[in-house]
Write a protein that binds this ligand. Structure first.
Ligand code: ZN
Ligand code: ZN
Length: 340
């Protein structure tokens, strides 16, 4: 079978190897869609450090072709999505309800290879059946949606809150839809790319601003004189995080789901935090939200978010296109079904 292997920064190759062998506790899936995540691009271009060789792709869906003899809840022919985030179940964090912070997450090799491949082998606990009316492309968004559900729950958005979302990529545009459903009174999305701002407006943002040309702080104050109740900064950039703090109302929550390697630290005034009862929260991965995402994905506007499909052989073109930043979600189709 063919699969993508990253040998070093920007050195991504399609290679051949046998289809993973079935073992008693594994499931083999023929992959029909695998989304390119911002994280994949940051590993590809070296902005998130990683060891090599590395087989990328973690947002995949497909059809089960074989199951091990101990597998009980999945059978061959099932249409499924894969939760890529493994937790061991026995470390301190797993046993205290935080599987996303599992101490053994990285130590155990869960996947035979990444999702940019014709086949993958994964343990049963990570495999979820998808509804018949959900396409494989939509199903490739389930992982992103599951992370967004966790973010929204941690942000504790209340009816009539003013919410600012920084970054109009797939996550920002999904967060926007979820925040609207939660009853946010005003939603401002900040994104420099014009086409993404247009989509944000279609998906329910009240205002979509270009931060390179407009002052976000004054736009926020024009919507709510107290400021924003919630700011979700999806970029993980020190400058934007510092700016985000200035946008908050008293009792405001700054939510930080974005991460990348940044040398610079953020400067925060403890006096400001205390006297305004500000909360700053890091939010990581998707604990207990994958199943909710499977249920909710058909209520999501996916067509505007998936902006391109590529065959596996064109993964380098797709990565370079994703890197430019104008696309929202590009999907790799390792077993056909893409539109040229
Ligand atoms: Zn992802
Ligand atoms: Zn654990």
């Amino acid at each position: 079978m063919k699969y993508a292997l990253l040998h070093g920064m920007r050195d991504l190759r399609i290679e051949e190897k046998p289809v993973p062998e079935i073992t008693p506790d594994r499931i083999i899936i023929k992959i029909f869609s695998c989304g390119i995540c911002g994280t994949d691009v940051l590993i590809y271009n070296g902005k998130i450090p990683h060891s090599f060789p590395y087989s990328p792709g973690h947002e995949c869906s497909g059809i089960v072709t074989d199951v091990g003899k101990n597998i009980t809840h999945i059978k061959s022919g099932d249409r499924v999505a894969v939760d890529p985030n493994y937790s061991c179940g026995f470390c301190y964090y797993c046993r205290h309800g935080y599987p996303n912070l599992c101490e053994n997450q990285k130590k155990i090799k869960v996947k035979s290879n990444g999702g940019f491949a014709e086949y993958i082998s994964v343990p049963e606990t990570l495999v979820y059946k998808i509804p018949d009316d959900v396409s494989f492309g939509q199903a490739a968004l389930i992982e992103t949606l599951s992370c967004c559900i966790h973010i929204i729950e941690e942000a504790d958005i209340k009816v009539s809150d003013t919410v600012v979302i920084i970054g109009g990529g797939a996550m920002g545009l999904i967060l926007l839809q979820l925040a609207r459903k939660k009853g946010a009174a005003g939603i401002i999305l900040s994104e420099p790319v014009e086409s993404k701002r247009q989509i944000a407006l279609k998906l329910g943002a009240d205002i979509a601003i270009d931060p390179t040309r407009q002052d976000l702080a004054s736009v926020v104050r024009s919507m709510s004189k107290q400021g924003a109740n919630v700011v979700i900064e999806g970029l993980g950039l020190p400058d934007t995080i510092e700016e985000s703090l200035t946008l908050l109302a008293k009792k405001g929550r700054l939510i930080l789901p974005g991460f990348r390697l940044e040398e610079r630290k953020i400067h925060i005034s403890p006096y400001f935090l205390t006297t305004n009862e500000i909360t700053i929260k890091g939010v990581f991965l998707n604990p207990f939200s994958f199943s909710k995402a499977v249920d909710q994905v058909s209520n999501l506007e996916c067509d505007l978010i998936i902006t391109g499909n590529y065959p596996l052989e064109q993964i380098n073109e797709a990565m370079k296109e994703a890197e430019k930043g104008n696309q929202i979600k590009l999907i790799i189709k390792p077993n056909g079904g893409y539109k040229a």
